[in-house]
Design a protein around this ligand. Structure first.
Ligand code: GRF
Length: 193
């Protein structure tokens, strides 16, 4: 369980692979007055991840680990997290699957955001599949991470209507803007704030 004690901020790490728009919204959330979190570390599995620029802009320490050697990468991550006293890990577009061992080290402290109304459409290409199935709604979910893909306990969801003219691209855009609001809300929720 993640507990907020007094006025001390919960130290967070954010794991990314790509653009980092959710990372940006989490950074902005962390900078708000009375925010319960501070972002101390950004980790990517990809040197080309655009989100790494945000680390430079906001002066947040950032690291890139090569997941071709996953066990080594995870050991290094655990070292960094313990060193920085990280109490909450937010996956934000992180495209690698973490091992059971890694998850055990941070039980109940890893969150993920997924662009569908879980348990529907786990995995990739969620928007395309929702449209092909003629769903009326899709959305996004923040959930705890367990060892099965996109399957941990759901914290919060936001529904988004799919219109007839939506393409996977337009739907992704609509959902992404909701993701940016949902992640901070979900963090407040698990901290009982
Ligand atoms: C988001 O849609 C997130 O739900 C999914 O990957 C995308 C990451 O986008 N897991 P960004 O890198 O945060 O812009």
């Amino acid at each position: 369980m993640v507990q907020s004690i007094g006025t001390k901020k919960i130290k967070c790490a954010v794991l990314i692979s790509g653009t980092g728009s959710n990372l940006k919204s989490l950074i902005q959330f962390s900078k708000k007055k009375n925010s319960p979190i501070s972002i101390e570390l950004i980790i990517s599995d990809n040197f080309k991840s655009k989100g790494l620029q945000l680390g430079k802009i906001y002066k947040i320490s950032n690291k890139v680990f090569n997941f071709k050697k996953k066990i080594v990468a995870e050991k290094k991550m655990i070292y960094e997290m313990k060193n920085k006293k990280i109490k909450l890990i937010c996956l934000a577009g992180f495209m690698k699957i973490l091992s059971k061992e890694f998850i055990k080290n941070f039980k109940g402290k890893i969150l993920n955001i997924h662009p569908s109304l879980l348990p529907k459409y786990k995995g990739l290409n969620t928007h395309q599949r929702a449209i092909l199935n003629k769903e009326k709604y899709s959305g996004c979910t923040v959930h705890f991470v367990n060892s099965k893909l996109d399957s941990g306990k759901i914290i919060l969801q936001k529904k988004v209507r799919i219109s007839n003219s939506d393409t996977a691209k337009s739907l992704a855009k609509k959902i992404l803007s909701q993701e940016h609001k949902l992640y901070p809300k979900a963090i407040r929720k698990i901290l009982n704030l």
